[in-house]
Design a binder for this molecule. Structure first.
Ligand code: TZP
Ligand code: MG
Length: 206
């Protein structure tokens, strides 16, 4: 994976969007500057997740953008996605790496330096670190401080993507932390101008 692929990482949330509007939202985000897409659906049956993944992959393939699946290695393999994104309660990174082989991406969510180092040792390709700001997309027990984010980027060799409550209004606070990019859900998925928002978020000089 090129580091530039992590510059503006769109994590999806279908919310109340119709399937067509959902796919259009993703396409507009890519046209605006999203460099990577992760399909994240927590409440979907395997069959529906698989079918939606095929549809999203058709969009990301059209633009040559990496496509990752949250949590589900089986779905990632079934649709030949670029890789998976796993949290601390999911399969261990080394196991995922063994199953997926060297050519697929494995991203890991880390909140601490210890988790970040463990992910690096286990063979992760990149880290997602957060939540950096308050968010309603996910239940967060404790936000990650800017200082912790900075220590992680200085300690691990892996590219780091910041996540959690990131918007145009606060993203400049992450400049100078050593991150490679930002990951956003609602800033783009809930926007009525996803292309414009993506264009602005993709220009921030981290
Ligand atoms: N992991 C940490 S915070 C978060 C995830 C998936 C949600 C980010 O969503 P938003 O809407 O960009 O705050
Ligand atoms: Mg997970």
């Amino acid at each position: 994976m090129n580091k530039s692929d992590l510059r503006l990482y769109l994590v999806t949330d279908r919310g109340n969007l119709s399937e067509q509007d959902f796919l259009t939202q993703i396409e507009q985000a890519i046209l605006g500057g999203a460099t990577c897409v992760q399909l994240r659906e927590k409440e979907m049956s395997g069959r529906s997740f698989y079918q939606l993944a095929l549809q999203v992959k058709a969009v990301t393939d059209r633009y040559g953008v990496p496509f990752l699946i949250n949590d589900r290695l089986d779905i990632a393999l079934a649709v030949d996605a670029s890789g998976v994104h796993l949290g601390q309660s999911d399969l261990p990174v080394a196991v995922a790496r063994q199953i997926l082989g060297p050519n697929k991406l494995v991203g890991i969510s880390a909140k601490t330096v210890a988790q970040a180092l463990a992910a690096q040792i286990g063979g992760a390709d990149y880290l997602g670190v957060g939540a950096m700001f308050p968010t309603t997309t996910k239940v967060i027990t404790q936000e990650t401080t800017r200082e912790t984010l900075k220590v992680i980027t200085e300690t691990v060799k892996l590219p780091v993507v910041a996540i959690g409550g990131i918007s145009k209004a606060n993203s400049h606070q992450l400049i100078g932390t050593g991150i490679t990019g930002i990951a956003v859900v609602s800033a783009i998925m809930k926007s009525s101008h996803p292309r414009n928002v993506a264009a602005e978020l993709s220009q921030i000089p981290f």
